[in-house]
Ligand binder design. Sequence first.
Ligand SMILES: O=C(O)CCC(=O)C(=O)O
Ligand SMILES: [Fe+2]
Length: 325
Amino acid sequence: MKRQSELPVFAQGFARVRSALQASLAPTSRCKHPGALLDTLQPWRDSYLRTDGPSLMGSRTLADLGYVDSPLAVSTPQQLTALAQVSGLFSEQGILQLRRACYQLEAGSSTSDWIISNRTRGVTESSTLIREMMNSRAFLLAVSRIAGVPLVPHPFPRARSQVNYFYPPQAHHDKAQIGMWHTDGTSFVLNILLSESDEYDGGEFVYFDGTAEQFDVEELDQRVRSCSVKSSGDAVYIYGSRVFHGVRPLTRGRRMSLVLSFHCPYSQEDVNKFWHLASDDGVLRTIRPWFRLQHDLVRPAHEQYQRLGIEPITFADLDPLSVAP
Ligand SMILES: O=C(O)CCC(=O)C(=O)O
Ligand SMILES: [Fe+2]
């Protein structure tokens, strides 16, 4: 049982406000190479998606995890995917391009004492490939089918995308780089692993098999599950705001992952909390985009798709027959 609690739990309540204030004091100075050119200028192509579609393993709904009430008025806990291991979403070329872009983005990474130790935030702003991928209807449709509801990229730019970089401690006194036990600020989250299994040891993606209310780090007993996602390009999709999850420390090598957040435009509900965003980016950087977010969330779905320049994705487009069980 102690082994499971090797990951600390992220700060919540008043401790979250304190971490937001700390993040406000030193957010940019911790960036590795401020001003570095982060964009590979590589365009996205829909051929980077596999035509035979992804396959899902170990798919669980919010109902399976014990949720009775739906967090979303337009869908039930039975229809909303809580967690799924996704493989075969990207072609070999697609994986190669994503890896290349995410390597480049490491120059913009910074460390944090909240949730993820070492990451580059808001990468749709600095990577052509990832921005165009997020705006591609084919990509959005693939992720919407996994999620169980139509999606758009999350309207809050800095919460929309992030690349995480994990290394084992370099020196004896170094803290391990981890993903603490946490829930995400956003709900529809695709965690794409961009390292091969032989590139690192440790670094397992773990999640709690229960509701967020049941989560108690002292009582994890048999309810921690580990995802067997190991190959580059494989992904873990989670309903991030309701499923506690984390990443264990590495003992060797390097683990890189691209984390993308989406929003269901048929619902004006959004779980993002000001203090969650501010803990990542600092209070000042969060205020203006926060007000814009409130504005964006109430736009009708067709307008949200129109702004992306794509045909709306509807519930009818989510043909369950095209997704392997
Ligand atoms: O790196 C991963 O696989 C997941 C990280 C995560 O949970 C997050 O960035 O919120
Ligand atoms: Fe997360």
